[in-house]
Design a binder for this molecule. Sequence first.
Ligand code: ATP
Ligand code: MG
Length: 645
Amino acid sequence: MAENSLQLQTLNPELDRHFVKQLAFDLRQAVAQNRLLGLWQMMTGFRGLYLGALLSIAIAAAARTLTYLLLQYVIDNVFTTGEGLAQLPALALGFVALAACEGFFSYLRGIWSARTAEGITVRLRNYLFDHIQRLSFAYHDHTQTGELIQRATSDVDALRRFYADQAIGIGRIVALFVINFTMVLRMNTRLGLLSIVIMPAVVIMSYFFFGKVTKAYDKYQSQEAKVSTALQENLSGVRVVKAFARQPYEIDKFEKENWEQYQLGKRLLVMHSLYWPVSDILCSGQTLLVMITGALMAMRGEITLGTYIAISGMVVWIVWPLRNLGRLIVQVSTGLVSYRRVADILAEDREDIKSGNQALTEQPLLGEITFQRVNFAYEPTPVKEETEEKKEKPTSTETAKQPEPIEVLHNISFHVKSGHTVALLGSTGSGKSSIVNLLLRFYDYQEGRILLDGVDLREYPRHYLRQQIGIVEQEPFLFSRSIRENIAYGVGREVTEEEVIEAAKAAAVHEVILGFPEGYQTIIGEKGVTLSGGQRQRIAIARTLLKNPRLLVMDAATSAVDTETEMHIEAALERLMANRTSLVIAHRIQTVMNADLILVLDKGRIVQQGTHEELVTQEGLYRQTYDLQVKIDEEVEQEVAGVLV
Ligand SMILES: Nc1ncnc2c1ncn2[C@@H]1O[C@H](COP(=O)(O)OP(=O)(O)OP(=O)(O)O)[C@@H](O)[C@H]1O
Ligand SMILES: [Mg+2]
């Protein structure tokens, strides 16, 4: 529950008090095979409020029916007979009181159902946000951002509508129908039965539409997700699109997806608009039938005038629910589809960051790393079933289509002493970043063993590992927040201004930051300054330096800076790496020469390992790379000399 209380800080304190109890509920328990059951479980904590709303509906409905009964009394006993005129003021008061009662309980129904729906939605949105953050890297590798955004916004909103309109609406319909039908039936059995003759037709029709709309809506939501993905991808990749002059192509592609969504949306609308006139005709016929029959009976004196007028009023409230029941059933199908789409995410297992041997977290990490014959393959992207239809009828061919994992690390063995620096060298795609990913337990390896300080890596809680290991990623991500916030990100304690500046200086980025109009308070990204690749990387380095980790990982950290800056950074890094284990990934020999151990990787295998001195004397990939780079450097030097002369 402590995890859930964390989220509370993000909520408005006013709302907090109201939701404290509800938020303590783990929504993953609401994932059920049966979608209606799931929707019911999702209401945990709000059921009292919801039942209150339903009760208010019933009371309001009863008040309306009583109004008709009072009308019947007035007509039959006061107006028709001319007696009891003295009662009129009291009767008038009765009408006013009933109207007030109906109004008051309708109001209660309104606010209580809104609270139920909004409350469930707030909780669900918070929970989803939290949950998505805790899903594994593998899950995020396989899932498109647009799809996740779509499910966390549009589908959650469909669920809000479900609770606000449909779940409450069904209660309203049932209350109105039961109360009015029982009343009419009691007043006149024949007219009562006559008022529901169309019921089977409406139910059959609704059921038919329900199936159709479920499928159409599922397709529509998936398509909308595609459109969101296309939009999101193009916005993130707008530079690439422009640089390759691919706007017409991208626009064309987007238009196609958008057109597809339009078509699907149109189909949905056509279904709805077909449903309405048909049910309108049925329901008007029904009302007319009761009214005409009632009128004939009244003329023949079988029922009183008051009874006729009261029944005419009530029959509207029998037919209306019938007609709306169909509409609601059709709309419920959209809630069910959205429920499944949201529950799919909720059902995903979270990355377990806490469990492990807690005793390990109490002693300081020394940083001795051992890899023993480690083999590793990324999980392949599973073939997803797209629509409801397929979900219900899985075929054997589908399961057969699942791709095989491709092994990217083969038989990796090496040992790094505490405090040493190990450099990983290898061509692109050779598996360098993958080794780092394993060390931080972003992914789990399939075979072999990794030991940290002589203890199996799997025994360490992930949370602890990630606190202890600082990583400067290959493509660092900075938040659209102030530079200071970005540098102080994830340190896990209060940091002083001096510490932030010191880290920035060490990463050779202090001067650059001072050059910005608002210094350390400058906002990065969409709302503020745009940084160059090198600047971003240096801020990422400052961020990691401030964390002061026991184990340092640099993934091609100095690749995006010029030679002079690189020298500054390297000087800072050398100081930093002095007394802690460091893993440095680099393409340039100069960067790795001083390492205590160099691993040369090729196609997921370590083909050579040793110090620079050992490796230059051996025939092999290292020597080849070295010779090539020395040659290039000499040529560059000669050219520069030539220009200067
Ligand atoms: N998240 C992932 N899911 C599936 N396969 C991946 C994933 N990340 C990398 N790979 C694959 O694993 C292999 C090794 O990739 P890795 O990122 O470790 O290379 P690298 O040595 O860091 O390359 P570079 O120098 O370009 O950064 C590549 O073939 C790549 O396609
Ligand atoms: Mg890499």
